[in-house]
Design a protein around this ligand. Structure first.
Ligand SMILES: Cc1ncc(COP(=O)(O)O)c(C=O)c1O
Length: 416
């Protein structure tokens, strides 16, 4: 038995005890994950729920091939964007009728930013975070279209003065690199005190931690469904609009599905009175069927159970890193306070890229983000405490053996 085996034996034993006590332990069986893989990238692409193949087979073999176009009515295709929106709403604290599913997060970011900015025509400023690039690029584009200025800040740097000048403040609830979680209620409150509108990007939060959009009186939110919501590659995104704003919101992408009477086929656009105005064009039904099946993963797990487990998993990683990884120059870049972290841990190292590749070669799948972050996501639906200890043991071995210096781990792939 190797010395590593002995060194980490107490950690493994503690993880076995925690797993035996885990109310969510049974959820993992609902997901198709290879036996020899520890999947720490559910913050980027969630695992596949085992109901997805049957849902797609039904969508193809019965709905499309047999029921054909009648499926828009008989198989509920027309209603899917709203049905899925409501289901997602239950996971982000939104009462029904305020979330619509469809299109990509990038499209929804454009829709929401521009629509919100039109609600404050006397203000000339968009305030955004230095978060995910697509949100920044689209804010710049919206600003060019409307003749606005854009200011980039850290979410904690929002001042009352900026909130008084901004039309819209748009932040990610969880930072995609560091995994830092921001105080949604406090920030929304500050934004409202200044008279601006608040738009949240929930991509790295939904499905992993409590989000209470209605309770904090958020104005708009967007998010993707292929991360913790397990919708599958390219799964459609969603848009939340607070009920009080729906009737006033003048969205820029006025596709026919958002029309009050799509089959009236009139020449001019009249938006639907409901959240259906957030629809654009024909939705990707097959992707929506996969998402619908993926969301069944949440039928047996409450968000508070998921949050409790996620924090326990990430605490285990932080403790391990502090005790075993600092000698290798690896440091935790994620906030240590539970209320300030999402469901991922970012570890900083100048060798983060080859380390991520060496780990993948050992079956521990995380990813790399520029310039020096090894990003490890902990989806509480399908990861165990033992997985975490095993992954950390592998990481220690990669560092101790300097495996990551091997030539084959230096080559940058297109997707990192
Ligand atoms: C915060 C955030 N917004 C948006 C996106 C992606 O947008 P899209 O689904 O359009 O590629 C990501 C992707 O990781 C993200 O992290």
């Amino acid at each position: 038995m190797s010395s590593d085996h002995t060194r980490f034996a107490p950690l493994r034993a503690a993880a076995v005890v925690a797993d035996a006590d885990d109310p969510l332990a049974g959820c993992r069986a609902r997901f198709a994950l290879p036996d020899n893989v520890i999947y720490l990238d559910g913050n980027s692409l969630g695992a596949m729920h085992r109901d997805v193949p049957d849902a797609l087979a039904d969508g193809l073999g019965r709905q499309w091939s047999r029921d054909l176009i009648g499926s828009w009515n008989s198989n509920g295709w027309w209603r899917l964007p709203a049905v899925l929106g409501d289901r997602i709403g239950t996971l982000i604290g939104a009462a029904s009728g305020q979330v619509i599913c469809g299109d990509s997060t990038s499209v929804q970011a454009f829709q929401a930013l521009l629509g919100a900015a039109r609600l404050r025509p006397d203000r000339r400023l968009l305030v955004i975070d230095r978060g995910f690039p697509t949100d920044q690029y689209l804010a710049d584009s919206v600003a060019r279209l409307l003749g606005l200025d854009v200011i980039r800040i850290e979410p904690d740097g929002l001042t009352d003065e900026l909130a008084r000048r901004a039309a819209v403040v748009s932040f990610s609830l969880v930072d995609y690199r560091s995994g830092e979680l921001f105080d949604a209620a406090a920030i929304t409150n500050r934004v409202h005190r200044g008279g601006a509108l608040m738009l949240w990007d929930l991509s790295h939060a939904a499905g992993a931690l409590p989000v209470e959009l209605d309770a904090i009186e958020a104005d708009l939110a967007i998010g993707c469904t292929y991360k913790y919501l397990n919708g599958g590659p390219g799964a459609p995104a969603y848009l939340y609009v607070a009920r009080r704003l729906i009737g006033q919101l003048d969205l820029p992408l006025t596709g026919w599905h958002g029309h009050q009477q799509p089959f009236g086929l009139t020449e001019s656009y009249e938006p639907a009175a409901s959240i259906e105005r957030g629809r654009i064009g024909t939705p990707p039904i097959l992707s929506m069927l996969a998402l619908q099946a993926g969301l069944r993963g949440f039928d047996e797990a409450s968000i508070s159970q998921l949050r409790r487990k996620s924090l326990a998993l990430t605490a285990r990683v932080i403790e391990f890193a502090d005790e075993w990884l600092t000698d290798f120059g690896v440091e935790v870049a994620t906030p240590r306070q539970p209320e300030r972290r999402g469901s991922q841990i970012a570890l900083r190292s100048p060798h983060a890229y080859p380390i991520s590749q060496a780990l993948i070669a050992r079956g521990v799948i995380g990813d790399f983000r520029e310039p020096d972050l090894l990003r490890l996501g902990f989806a509480p639906l399908y990861l165990s405490h033992s997985d975490v200890v095993q992954a950390m043991t592998e990481l220690w071995q990669v560092l101790d053996s300097q495996d990551y210096l091997d030539e084959r781990f230096q080559h940058r792939l297109a997707v990192t």
